[in-house]
Design a protein around this ligand. Structure first.
Ligand code: ZN
Length: 423
């Protein structure tokens, strides 16, 4: 249930991270280190949007504090809510035993071949009732919200037939209406080749192009189209065919690229003018340059590699040096069970060698651009939606430094306080 909007003002934030920067669009290079910090900062929120930002004495002098709700953030950090730009959180079941098999040496591909992995979740998700799927997903969204995420992308992809893919996307729409978190829907019917099409991948690709995409387009229930372009799933050629068809129905392309090996998926991102290429763990340097000059955003998900027990991570330093804007996401799925963008930021610093400033930029404004919402969320600027989180920490470096716990104390979405930690 949506609550009634009331004006509020955040005051005395020890550090207010506005993420304001002169550069337009997704941030790259040294602009990824620009957090736009205001000491003793304040944000005035009117009708769900940001109406004033600045030092507390300046903002407070313009408003009658007795008429608005006041959030005193003395000693704390205020910043934009996290944007999680890549998840598969709409599913039934769980796969913890596979997780431990992987840690004992089984590969992701071996598990998939033995009937586990994505196809197991597809079987369980097809069987699950609408209510069960909704309850599972809302539980995850609740946890994401308390960890500071205010916008999340959700992919379909555990249906793998027209009826079930449409069912999952309609559940995304329902969650967006029912939950405080803003849900961005992505059609990912090309997540895996379903069991009934194992020996005839071509036919499944034709089903996506000729039946699923037109239906998704007619119903207007997705904004993006994504393809899992890895060995054993979809080839670069098939990915290109699907993403180009998706464009004709108004779906912006995204692609799972180079997670396990480089086989041309990031080239497809350039060729179809994708908004993002996601994973990029094995992307060669010349492709990083091509992605950067094509204006593609790299979405990195170190929690996924972490749960693989991998020692190989994306070359984030090389990407930033080559001017590729980077975003971060959880990649939440039954294979990677974390809701926490705070943990992702910690892993980005530890494993990707990103600086805290770069990781925070990637988890907010750049992630918003990866979802086509960079003009609306991801920074604290006048006119933008008031998606604000307050963390009980003395400075922003504590986000990666004090890891493994929830540092978020309050969450405000569209000007409405949705979460406050019990004190
Ligand atoms: Zn994914």
């Amino acid at each position: 249930m949506k609550k009634i909007k009331s004006d509020l003002v955040v005051v005395h934030a020890k550090q207010l991270l506005t993420l304001q920067c002169r550069a337009k669009g997704a941030r790259s290079g040294s602009n990824m280190r620009e957090l736009g910090i205001i000491e003793d900062g304040a944000i005035y929120v009117k009708d769900g949007n940001i109406a004033a930002v600045g030092p507390t004495d300046e903002v407070a002098s313009k408003i009658d504090l007795s008429r608005v709700r006041v959030l005193d953030c003395s000693g704390k950090v205020a910043m934009p809510g996290f944007v999680d730009s890549h998840t598969h959180l709409l599913f039934s079941g769980h796969r913890e035993e596979e997780y431990f098999r992987r840690l004992q040496g089984a590969s992701y591909e071996e598990i998939q071949k033995s009937g586990g992995g994505i196809l197991r979740t597809v079987r369980e998700t097809r069987r699950a009732s609408r209510e069960e799927l909704l309850n599972n997903s809302i539980k995850i969204l609740d946890s994401m919200l308390t960890h500071g995420t205010t916008t999340v992308e959700i992919k379909s992809g555990y249906g793998l037939n027209t009826e079930n893919e449409l069912r999952l996307l309609s559940l995304c729409r329902e969650m967006n209406e029912k939950h405080g978190i803003e849900v961005v829907p992505t059609f990912c019917g090309a997540h895996a080749i379903p069991e009934e099409y194992q020996a005839k991948a071509d036919e499944y690709v034709s089903l996506i192009v000729n039946e699923m995409l037109p239906a998704v387009g007619r119903q207007g229930i997705a904004e993006f189209c994504d393809v899992y372009c890895e060995r054993g799933n979809f080839s670069p050629h098939e990915a290109k065919r699907i993403l180009q068809a998706g464009k004709t129905y108004g779906l912006t392309p995204k692609i799972h690229a180079d997670a396990f090996e480089y086989r041309g998926a990031s080239d497809v991102a350039v060729e179809v003018d994708a908004v993002s290429a996601d994973h990029l763990t094995k992307t060669p340097p010349n492709l990083i340059e091509r992605l950067a000059s094509a204006g593609v955003i790299g979405v990195l998900m170190p929690a996924f590699d972490f749960t693989l027990g991998s020692e190989t991570y994306a070359n984030a330093r090389g990407m930033i040096e080559r001017g590729l804007p980077l975003a971060l996401a959880t990649d939440l799925s039954p294979a990677c069970m974390t809701e926490s963008m705070q943990l992702v930021i910690a892993l980005a610093c530890l494993k990707l060698r990103m600086t805290p400033e770069e990781a925070i930029t990637a988890a907010t404004v750049n992630s918003a651009y990866a979802l086509g919402r960079g003009e609306k969320v991801g920074t604290i600027e006048v006119g933008k939606q008031a998606d604000i989180i307050i963390l009980d920490i003395p400075n922003y470096r504590f986000i990666p430094y004090h890891f493994g716990v929830n540092l978020v104390e309050q969450v405000v979405k569209r000007g409405i306080p949705l979460f406050k930690r019990a004190s």
